[in-house]
Design a protein around this ligand. Structure first.
Ligand code: SAH
Length: 396
């Protein structure tokens, strides 16, 4: 017998429209529901609506897994959903020149709280919620069934949002062999290294794959500032497309060390790039003082807005860094600027960048609008899944 969550009158709409989250405020009663249980969701009148994972510790108290009354949540369910997500990436999977991509993008792939990335013969999985944590054994089994050729599965559940679910952090080899550290893989034919256990996210910013290719296409002959470079991926694309010189800037030394390795792997040496360690806000100001200019500036900062409370300071941060980036460009140069804060909408982001152009006293035109890669889809029922946005601007 599973528990039953009864909604308050008038709170059924989002469930009927297949939004996967039920907030604590929408719940009238939760009979027989223990944290981590799969529970039935019924309307205020008692009609069956959906089935999902329950966790009172989270504001998002239920994450819906199915709207089909006959669908049971067991090994078959996980295999079916993961297989469906995988089949939607078939085009990527069969391509010889891209070996790393996201295969399960949580809510947007109808698997709330579960992230799975492929890196060659390894999978990296993140269990972000109690709902999926409870099914860890089944999910690992399902992954081995759907991906029989894998050498191992790395568990990177060392993500702080797990704390909101009452969960600790975990980082380990869950199945099979440990991956080489670092592991080498191809992305659009370029060679990259990623540290699947120690790197940021699951090792690489896979969501920027298409944007790296797009921006790279414009880089021919350019002196490029790749700010917030992480392991230098944008810089590799730029040089592969004929950029004259790339300055990679990041605050983390291990990221820069790997950037150097990535650049060398692709055939570049000290005449092609430099590595600068520092706080981008300070380094860009210093470059301005020195009178340095660039033909292209890439700004791919971390998520500045993590909640509504810090949206204001985050907005100021984005505006400041964009103002500095624009001032460093020669007239007619290109600014590729991103925000991965879900709370900053594309519309707000454009307004922030506009504010930056006013402060920088520079005119700017949008040449390209960008979003997250095709392996990070956005379910129409779950607009919160859209987080990455970018603009390529010509700055006068
Ligand atoms: N463009 C990269 C991903 C960037 S992620 C890629 O394509 O792979 C953001 C990066 O910003 C991280 O590597 C982080 O170490 C770095 N970072 C965070 N705060 C910073 C700061 N104040 N100054 C410079 N780098 C910073």
């Amino acid at each position: 017998m599973s528990g039953t969550v009864k909604l308050k009158p008038g709170r059924e709409k989002s469930v009927l429209q297949r939004h996967p989250w039920i907030f604590s405020g929408a719940i009238a009663s939760a009979e027989g529901c223990e944290n981590g249980d799969v529970v039935d969701v019924v309307s205020s009148k008692g009609e069956w609506l959906a089935r999902g994972s329950y966790n009172r510790k989270s504001q998002i108290t239920v994450r819906i897994l199915t709207w089909d009354m006959d669908e049971k949540i067991g090994l078959d369910f996980w295999v079916d959903r993961i297989e469906r997500a995988f089949s939607a990436r078939e085009g990527l999977w069969v391509s010889d020149d891209t070996e790393a991509f996201r295969v399960v993008h949580a809510e947007s792939d109808y698997l709330p709280g579960l992230v799975v990335d492929v890196y060659g013969r390894w999978l990296v999985v993140q269990f972000l919620t109690l709902g999926v944590e409870k099914f860890r054994t089944e999910i690992l089994k399902a992954l081995q069934e759907v991906f029989p050729g894998m050498k191992g599965i790395v568990d990177r559940s060392d993500v702080s949002i797990r704390k909101k679910e009452g969960l600790g952090l975990r980082k380990e080899i869950a199945v099979g062999e440990p991956p080489p550290t670092p592991l080498e893989f191809l992305e659009n034919g370029h060679r990259f290294l990623a540290d699947l256990l120690g790197g940021q996210k699951t090792g690489f910013y896979l969501d920027q794959r298409e944007n790296r290719a797009l921006i790279g296409n414009y880089a021919h002959g350019m002196r490029v500032l790749n700010a917030f470079s992480y392991t230098g991926a944008f810089g590799v694309y730029a040089l592969k497309n004929g950029a004259e010189f790339v300055t990679n800037l990041d605050s983390v030394q291990s990221a820069l060390d790997m950037a150097a390795q990535n650049l060398k792997l692709n055939g570049f040496g000290e005449l092609d790039f430099e590595l600068v360690r520092g706080d981008a806000f300070e380094v860009l100001r210093e470059f301005l003082k020195q009178g340095r200019t660039f033909d292209m500036v890439i700004l791919d900062p971390p998520k500045f807005a993590t909640n509504q409370r810090n949206l204001q300071p985050a907005t100021r941060g984005y505006k400041d860094i964009n103002m500095l980036g624009m001032k460093l460009l020669r007239p007619g140069g290109l600014l590729a600027t991103f925000s991965c804060s879900g709370l900053v909408s594309p519309d707000l982001f454009q307004k922030i960048v506009f504010g930056a152009s006013i402060d920088a006293k520079r005119d700017a035109q949008i040449i390209e609008e960008m979003s997250q890669g095709c392996d990070h889809p956005v379910a129409l029922t779950f607009p919160q899944g859209a987080y990455l946005k970018g603009l390529l601007l010509r700055v006068w």
